[in-house]
Design a protein around this ligand. Structure first.
Ligand code: NAD
Ligand code: 89V
Length: 344
Protein backbone atom coordinates (compact mmCIF):
# COMPACT_ATOMS: atom_id res chain seq x y z
CA UNK A 1 0.00 0.00 0.00
CA UNK A 2 1.31 3.50 -0.84
CA UNK A 3 1.76 5.58 2.28
CA UNK A 4 -0.18 8.87 2.31
CA UNK A 5 1.95 11.94 2.93
CA UNK A 6 0.59 14.65 5.18
CA UNK A 7 1.56 18.15 6.30
CA UNK A 8 0.62 19.47 9.73
CA UNK A 9 -0.04 23.17 10.40
CA UNK A 10 0.07 24.40 14.00
CA UNK A 11 2.70 22.78 16.25
CA UNK A 12 1.21 23.77 19.62
CA UNK A 13 0.02 22.01 22.77
CA UNK A 14 -2.35 19.50 21.19
CA UNK A 15 -0.48 18.92 17.92
CA UNK A 16 2.11 16.88 19.83
CA UNK A 17 -0.60 14.24 20.41
CA UNK A 18 -1.51 14.34 16.73
CA UNK A 19 2.15 13.92 15.72
CA UNK A 20 2.57 10.92 18.06
CA UNK A 21 -0.62 9.40 16.68
CA UNK A 22 0.49 9.88 13.04
CA UNK A 23 3.56 7.77 13.87
CA UNK A 24 1.18 4.94 14.87
CA UNK A 25 -1.27 5.32 11.95
CA UNK A 26 -1.04 2.59 9.30
CA UNK A 27 -0.79 4.05 5.80
CA UNK A 28 0.06 7.70 6.55
CA UNK A 29 2.96 9.80 7.75
CA UNK A 30 3.71 13.49 8.26
CA UNK A 31 6.44 14.82 5.97
CA UNK A 32 6.20 18.59 6.54
CA UNK A 33 5.18 20.90 9.37
CA UNK A 34 4.31 24.58 9.66
CA UNK A 35 4.05 27.04 12.53
CA UNK A 36 4.45 30.79 12.55
CA UNK A 37 6.16 30.48 15.96
CA UNK A 38 9.81 29.43 15.27
CA UNK A 39 10.21 27.95 18.74
CA UNK A 40 7.23 25.58 18.36
CA UNK A 41 8.40 24.67 14.83
CA UNK A 42 11.82 23.69 16.17
CA UNK A 43 10.51 21.77 19.21
CA UNK A 44 8.08 19.64 17.17
CA UNK A 45 10.40 19.33 14.15
CA UNK A 46 13.27 18.07 16.32
CA UNK A 47 11.06 15.80 18.46
CA UNK A 48 9.55 14.03 15.45
CA UNK A 49 12.49 14.29 13.04
CA UNK A 50 10.69 16.38 10.39
CA UNK A 51 13.09 18.19 8.03
CA UNK A 52 10.60 20.17 5.93
CA UNK A 53 9.59 23.13 8.11
CA UNK A 54 7.61 26.26 7.18
CA UNK A 55 6.71 29.43 9.02
CA UNK A 56 4.07 30.32 6.42
CA UNK A 57 1.21 28.08 5.30
CA UNK A 58 1.06 29.68 1.84
CA UNK A 59 4.70 28.66 1.23
CA UNK A 60 3.94 25.11 2.43
CA UNK A 61 1.03 24.76 -0.01
CA UNK A 62 3.04 26.36 -2.83
CA UNK A 63 5.80 23.73 -2.42
CA UNK A 64 3.22 20.90 -2.16
CA UNK A 65 4.29 17.25 -2.31
CA UNK A 66 1.70 15.98 0.21
CA UNK A 67 -1.69 14.23 -0.05
CA UNK A 68 -3.48 15.88 2.89
CA UNK A 69 -3.14 18.63 5.46
CA UNK A 70 -3.84 18.37 9.19
CA UNK A 71 -4.80 21.82 10.55
CA UNK A 72 -4.07 21.88 14.29
CA UNK A 73 -4.15 25.64 14.87
CA UNK A 74 -6.67 27.45 17.06
CA UNK A 75 -10.00 28.55 15.58
CA UNK A 76 -8.99 32.03 14.34
CA UNK A 77 -7.06 30.60 11.36
CA UNK A 78 -9.32 27.63 10.49
CA UNK A 79 -11.36 29.24 7.71
CA UNK A 80 -8.37 30.76 5.91
CA UNK A 81 -6.37 27.53 6.09
CA UNK A 82 -9.23 25.26 5.01
CA UNK A 83 -9.93 27.57 2.07
CA UNK A 84 -6.22 27.50 1.20
CA UNK A 85 -6.36 23.69 1.19
CA UNK A 86 -9.45 23.81 -1.06
CA UNK A 87 -7.72 26.24 -3.45
CA UNK A 88 -4.84 23.73 -3.77
CA UNK A 89 -7.25 20.73 -3.91
CA UNK A 90 -5.62 19.16 -0.84
CA UNK A 91 -7.90 17.04 1.44
CA UNK A 92 -8.04 18.62 4.89
CA UNK A 93 -8.53 17.75 8.53
CA UNK A 94 -9.48 20.74 10.69
CA UNK A 95 -9.34 20.85 14.50
CA UNK A 96 -12.43 21.76 16.51
CA UNK A 97 -14.00 24.24 17.02
CA UNK A 98 -14.49 24.04 13.27
CA UNK A 99 -15.00 27.80 12.82
CA UNK A 100 -15.79 31.04 14.60
CA UNK A 101 -19.38 31.10 13.31
CA UNK A 102 -21.83 28.69 11.65
CA UNK A 103 -21.78 30.86 8.56
CA UNK A 104 -17.96 30.47 8.31
CA UNK A 105 -18.33 26.70 8.84
CA UNK A 106 -20.91 26.47 6.03
CA UNK A 107 -18.58 28.42 3.70
CA UNK A 108 -15.70 26.03 4.53
CA UNK A 109 -17.84 22.97 3.74
CA UNK A 110 -18.95 24.60 0.48
CA UNK A 111 -15.36 25.48 -0.53
CA UNK A 112 -14.21 21.87 -0.05
CA UNK A 113 -17.27 20.42 -1.81
CA UNK A 114 -16.70 22.77 -4.78
CA UNK A 115 -13.03 21.74 -4.88
CA UNK A 116 -14.05 18.05 -4.68
CA UNK A 117 -11.86 17.37 -1.63
CA UNK A 118 -12.68 15.50 1.60
CA UNK A 119 -12.89 17.62 4.76
CA UNK A 120 -12.93 16.08 8.24
CA UNK A 121 -13.28 17.90 11.55
CA UNK A 122 -10.95 16.52 14.22
CA UNK A 123 -13.91 15.81 16.54
CA UNK A 124 -12.26 12.94 18.37
CA UNK A 125 -14.40 12.46 21.51
CA UNK A 126 -16.91 10.15 19.76
CA UNK A 127 -13.91 7.92 18.97
CA UNK A 128 -13.13 7.29 22.66
CA UNK A 129 -13.31 3.62 23.65
CA UNK A 130 -16.03 4.15 26.35
CA UNK A 131 -18.20 6.23 23.99
CA UNK A 132 -17.92 3.60 21.24
CA UNK A 133 -18.84 0.95 23.84
CA UNK A 134 -22.07 2.80 24.74
CA UNK A 135 -22.97 3.11 21.05
CA UNK A 136 -22.36 -0.62 20.51
CA UNK A 137 -24.70 -1.57 23.38
CA UNK A 138 -27.40 0.77 22.09
CA UNK A 139 -27.09 -0.62 18.55
CA UNK A 140 -27.41 -4.19 19.89
CA UNK A 141 -31.02 -3.38 20.85
CA UNK A 142 -30.46 -4.61 24.43
CA UNK A 143 -32.17 -1.58 26.00
CA UNK A 144 -34.80 -1.12 23.28
CA UNK A 145 -35.62 2.37 22.01
CA UNK A 146 -33.82 5.15 23.90
CA UNK A 147 -36.18 7.85 25.21
CA UNK A 148 -33.90 9.81 27.58
CA UNK A 149 -30.19 10.52 28.00
CA UNK A 150 -27.66 12.48 30.00
CA UNK A 151 -24.16 13.36 28.77
CA UNK A 152 -22.19 14.86 31.60
CA UNK A 153 -18.68 16.30 31.93
CA UNK A 154 -18.15 17.89 35.35
CA UNK A 155 -14.63 18.66 36.50
CA UNK A 156 -12.38 20.97 38.50
CA UNK A 157 -9.29 20.20 36.37
CA UNK A 158 -6.97 23.11 35.57
CA UNK A 159 -7.20 23.23 31.78
CA UNK A 160 -5.82 26.77 31.72
CA UNK A 161 -2.21 25.86 32.48
CA UNK A 162 -1.89 23.81 29.25
CA UNK A 163 -4.23 26.00 27.19
CA UNK A 164 -4.02 29.58 28.56
CA UNK A 165 -6.15 30.97 25.70
CA UNK A 166 -9.16 29.18 27.21
CA UNK A 167 -9.29 31.77 30.02
CA UNK A 168 -9.28 34.68 27.60
CA UNK A 169 -12.23 34.19 25.24
CA UNK A 170 -15.73 35.64 25.71
CA UNK A 171 -16.91 32.06 25.11
CA UNK A 172 -15.39 29.12 26.93
CA UNK A 173 -16.89 25.81 27.99
CA UNK A 174 -19.58 25.27 25.34
CA UNK A 175 -17.28 26.26 22.48
CA UNK A 176 -14.26 24.31 23.73
CA UNK A 177 -15.55 21.28 25.65
CA UNK A 178 -19.34 21.24 25.34
CA UNK A 179 -18.83 20.99 21.58
CA UNK A 180 -17.48 17.46 22.19
CA UNK A 181 -20.29 16.56 24.59
CA UNK A 182 -22.94 17.84 22.17
CA UNK A 183 -21.31 15.79 19.40
CA UNK A 184 -21.44 12.69 21.62
CA UNK A 185 -25.16 13.33 22.29
CA UNK A 186 -25.77 13.50 18.51
CA UNK A 187 -23.62 10.41 17.90
CA UNK A 188 -25.56 8.38 20.48
CA UNK A 189 -29.14 9.70 20.22
CA UNK A 190 -29.17 11.25 16.75
CA UNK A 191 -29.76 14.71 15.33
CA UNK A 192 -31.49 17.45 17.23
CA UNK A 193 -34.70 19.42 16.57
CA UNK A 194 -34.61 22.06 19.32
CA UNK A 195 -32.27 23.18 22.10
CA UNK A 196 -32.60 25.15 25.35
CA UNK A 197 -29.57 26.23 27.43
CA UNK A 198 -28.49 28.02 30.60
CA UNK A 199 -24.91 29.11 31.38
CA UNK A 200 -22.91 30.50 34.31
CA UNK A 201 -19.43 31.78 35.05
CA UNK A 202 -18.26 30.56 38.47
CA UNK A 203 -14.48 31.10 38.20
CA UNK A 204 -13.90 34.89 38.46
CA UNK A 205 -10.43 34.62 36.85
CA UNK A 206 -11.73 33.70 33.39
CA UNK A 207 -13.79 35.64 30.84
CA UNK A 208 -16.23 33.07 29.49
CA UNK A 209 -18.83 30.70 30.95
CA UNK A 210 -17.52 27.63 32.78
CA UNK A 211 -20.87 25.92 33.47
CA UNK A 212 -23.62 25.02 30.99
CA UNK A 213 -26.81 22.97 31.14
CA UNK A 214 -28.38 22.18 27.78
CA UNK A 215 -31.60 20.32 26.95
CA UNK A 216 -31.91 18.67 23.54
CA UNK A 217 -35.06 17.42 21.77
CA UNK A 218 -33.78 14.75 19.36
CA UNK A 219 -35.46 14.00 16.03
CA UNK A 220 -36.27 10.44 17.23
CA UNK A 221 -38.35 11.81 20.12
CA UNK A 222 -35.71 11.27 22.84
CA UNK A 223 -34.84 14.09 25.26
CA UNK A 224 -31.34 14.55 26.62
CA UNK A 225 -29.38 16.76 28.95
CA UNK A 226 -25.82 17.84 28.17
CA UNK A 227 -24.25 19.29 31.31
CA UNK A 228 -20.68 20.54 31.43
CA UNK A 229 -18.69 22.28 34.14
CA UNK A 230 -15.10 23.22 34.97
CA UNK A 231 -16.23 24.55 38.37
CA UNK A 232 -17.02 21.18 39.96
CA UNK A 233 -14.61 20.06 42.68
CA UNK A 234 -15.01 16.35 43.38
CA UNK A 235 -13.23 13.89 45.69
CA UNK A 236 -11.83 11.94 42.74
CA UNK A 237 -11.24 14.18 39.72
CA UNK A 238 -12.95 12.62 36.67
CA UNK A 239 -11.17 14.65 33.91
CA UNK A 240 -11.55 13.94 31.01
CA UNK A 241 -14.33 11.40 31.34
CA UNK A 242 -17.78 11.92 29.82
CA UNK A 243 -20.38 10.14 31.94
CA UNK A 244 -23.48 8.82 30.19
CA UNK A 245 -26.94 7.66 31.24
CA UNK A 246 -29.38 6.26 28.68
CA UNK A 247 -32.88 5.01 29.50
CA UNK A 248 -34.55 2.79 26.90
CA UNK A 249 -37.87 1.00 26.62
CA UNK A 250 -36.26 -2.33 27.62
CA UNK A 251 -33.40 -1.26 29.90
CA UNK A 252 -30.69 1.24 30.77
CA UNK A 253 -27.02 2.02 30.13
CA UNK A 254 -24.83 3.76 32.71
CA UNK A 255 -21.24 4.80 31.92
CA UNK A 256 -19.90 6.01 35.25
CA UNK A 257 -16.64 7.34 36.64
CA UNK A 258 -13.70 4.96 36.23
CA UNK A 259 -15.03 3.78 32.83
CA UNK A 260 -17.53 1.43 34.50
CA UNK A 261 -20.17 0.37 31.99
CA UNK A 262 -23.40 -1.10 33.40
CA UNK A 263 -26.15 -2.45 31.16
CA UNK A 264 -29.55 -3.42 32.56
CA UNK A 265 -31.68 -5.38 30.11
CA UNK A 266 -34.12 -8.28 29.97
CA UNK A 267 -31.06 -10.54 30.30
CA UNK A 268 -30.14 -9.00 33.66
CA UNK A 269 -27.30 -6.70 34.70
CA UNK A 270 -23.82 -6.77 33.19
CA UNK A 271 -20.90 -4.64 34.33
CA UNK A 272 -17.77 -4.23 32.20
CA UNK A 273 -14.65 -2.10 32.08
CA UNK A 274 -14.66 0.32 29.12
CA UNK A 275 -11.23 1.82 29.89
CA UNK A 276 -9.17 3.20 27.05
CA UNK A 277 -5.73 1.74 26.26
CA UNK A 278 -2.68 3.53 27.62
CA UNK A 279 -0.68 3.99 24.38
CA UNK A 280 3.13 3.99 24.65
CA UNK A 281 3.32 7.78 24.24
CA UNK A 282 0.21 8.59 26.30
CA UNK A 283 -0.08 9.76 29.90
CA UNK A 284 -2.90 9.69 32.43
CA UNK A 285 -5.46 11.24 32.64
CA UNK A 286 -5.18 12.29 28.98
CA UNK A 287 -4.88 8.71 27.64
CA UNK A 288 -8.61 8.52 26.87
CA UNK A 289 -8.34 11.55 24.58
CA UNK A 290 -4.97 10.46 23.19
CA UNK A 291 -6.28 7.03 22.15
CA UNK A 292 -9.20 8.71 20.35
CA UNK A 293 -6.74 10.91 18.42
CA UNK A 294 -5.11 7.78 17.01
CA UNK A 295 -8.54 6.29 16.21
CA UNK A 296 -9.81 9.34 14.30
CA UNK A 297 -6.54 9.78 12.37
CA UNK A 298 -6.54 6.06 11.40
CA UNK A 299 -10.17 6.50 10.25
CA UNK A 300 -9.07 9.46 8.07
CA UNK A 301 -6.21 7.48 6.50
CA UNK A 302 -8.52 4.52 5.84
CA UNK A 303 -11.23 6.68 4.25
CA UNK A 304 -8.77 8.71 2.19
CA UNK A 305 -7.32 5.47 0.84
CA UNK A 306 -10.57 3.54 0.28
CA UNK A 307 -13.00 6.44 -0.29
CA UNK A 308 -16.22 7.31 1.56
CA UNK A 309 -17.26 10.07 3.93
CA UNK A 310 -15.64 10.30 7.35
CA UNK A 311 -17.76 10.00 10.50
CA UNK A 312 -17.05 13.63 11.45
CA UNK A 313 -16.97 15.18 7.98
CA UNK A 314 -17.34 18.94 7.66
CA UNK A 315 -20.97 18.42 6.61
CA UNK A 316 -21.65 16.26 9.68
CA UNK A 317 -19.96 18.74 11.99
CA UNK A 318 -22.24 21.59 10.87
CA UNK A 319 -24.96 19.79 12.86
CA UNK A 320 -22.78 19.80 15.99
CA UNK A 321 -21.56 23.34 15.45
CA UNK A 322 -25.16 24.57 15.10
CA UNK A 323 -25.80 23.24 18.62
CA UNK A 324 -22.93 25.35 19.97
CA UNK A 325 -24.26 28.53 18.41
CA UNK A 326 -27.80 27.68 19.47
CA UNK A 327 -26.69 27.11 23.07
CA UNK A 328 -25.16 30.60 23.29
CA UNK A 329 -28.23 32.11 21.64
CA UNK A 330 -30.62 30.24 23.94
CA UNK A 331 -28.68 31.15 27.10
CA UNK A 332 -28.42 34.82 26.07
CA UNK A 333 -32.09 35.25 25.13
CA UNK A 334 -33.83 32.66 27.32
CA UNK A 335 -35.48 30.98 24.35
CA UNK A 336 -35.66 27.56 22.74
CA UNK A 337 -33.83 27.45 19.40
CA UNK A 338 -34.96 25.58 16.27
CA UNK A 339 -31.87 23.71 15.02
CA UNK A 340 -33.39 22.50 11.76
CA UNK A 341 -34.06 26.13 10.76
CA UNK A 342 -30.40 27.03 11.43
CA UNK A 343 -29.20 24.31 9.08
CA UNK A 344 -31.52 25.15 6.17
P1 NAD B 1 -1.83 26.24 20.77
O1 NAD B 1 -2.05 27.71 20.85
O2 NAD B 1 -0.99 25.58 21.82
O3 NAD B 1 -1.22 25.84 19.36
C1 NAD B 1 -1.63 26.43 18.15
C2 NAD B 1 -0.36 26.60 17.28
O4 NAD B 1 -0.79 27.03 16.01
C3 NAD B 1 0.59 27.66 17.84
O5 NAD B 1 1.88 27.10 17.94
C4 NAD B 1 0.51 28.80 16.81
O6 NAD B 1 1.74 29.48 16.66
C5 NAD B 1 0.12 28.04 15.56
N1 NAD B 1 -0.60 28.85 14.55
C6 NAD B 1 -1.73 29.58 14.74
N2 NAD B 1 -2.12 30.14 13.58
C7 NAD B 1 -1.23 29.75 12.64
C8 NAD B 1 -1.13 29.98 11.24
N3 NAD B 1 -2.00 30.73 10.57
N4 NAD B 1 -0.09 29.41 10.59
C9 NAD B 1 0.82 28.65 11.24
N5 NAD B 1 0.77 28.39 12.56
C10 NAD B 1 -0.25 28.93 13.25
O7 NAD B 1 -3.29 25.60 20.74
P2 NAD B 1 -3.70 24.09 21.11
O8 NAD B 1 -4.06 24.03 22.54
O9 NAD B 1 -2.73 23.13 20.54
O10 NAD B 1 -5.08 23.98 20.32
C11 NAD B 1 -5.12 23.88 18.93
C12 NAD B 1 -6.52 23.44 18.52
O11 NAD B 1 -6.74 22.13 19.04
C13 NAD B 1 -7.64 24.31 19.11
O12 NAD B 1 -8.60 24.55 18.11
C14 NAD B 1 -8.20 23.49 20.27
O13 NAD B 1 -9.57 23.69 20.50
C15 NAD B 1 -7.96 22.08 19.76
N6 NAD B 1 -7.83 21.09 20.83
C16 NAD B 1 -8.48 19.93 20.62
C17 NAD B 1 -8.44 18.93 21.57
C18 NAD B 1 -9.17 17.66 21.28
O14 NAD B 1 -9.25 16.75 22.09
N7 NAD B 1 -9.74 17.52 20.09
C19 NAD B 1 -7.70 19.12 22.75
C20 NAD B 1 -7.00 20.31 22.91
C21 NAD B 1 -7.07 21.30 21.92
O1 89V C 1 -10.71 18.92 23.93
C1 89V C 1 -10.33 20.06 24.09
O2 89V C 1 -10.44 20.85 23.21
C2 89V C 1 -9.57 20.49 25.33
C3 89V C 1 -10.02 19.99 26.65
C4 89V C 1 -10.36 18.53 26.71
C5 89V C 1 -8.99 20.30 27.71
O3 89V C 1 -11.15 20.75 26.96
O4 89V C 1 -9.55 21.89 25.33
Amino acid sequence: MTELKGALIGCGFFAVNQMHAWKDVDGAQIIAICDRDPERLKIVGDQFGIERRYSDAAALFADGGFDFVDIATTVQSHRALVEMAAAHKIPAICQKPFAKTLSDAKAMVRACADAGIPLMVHENFRWQTPIQAVKTVLQSGAIGEPFWGRFSFRSGYDVFSGQPYLAEGERFIIEDLGIHTLDIARFILGDVKTLTARTKRVNPKIKGEDVATIMLDHQNGATSIVDVSYATKLGTEPFPETLIEIDGTLGTIRLSQGYRLEVNSAEGTTVSNASPKLLSWASRPWHNIQESVLAIQQHWADRLTAGGETSTSGADNLKTFALVEAAYDSAAHGRTVDIEAMLR
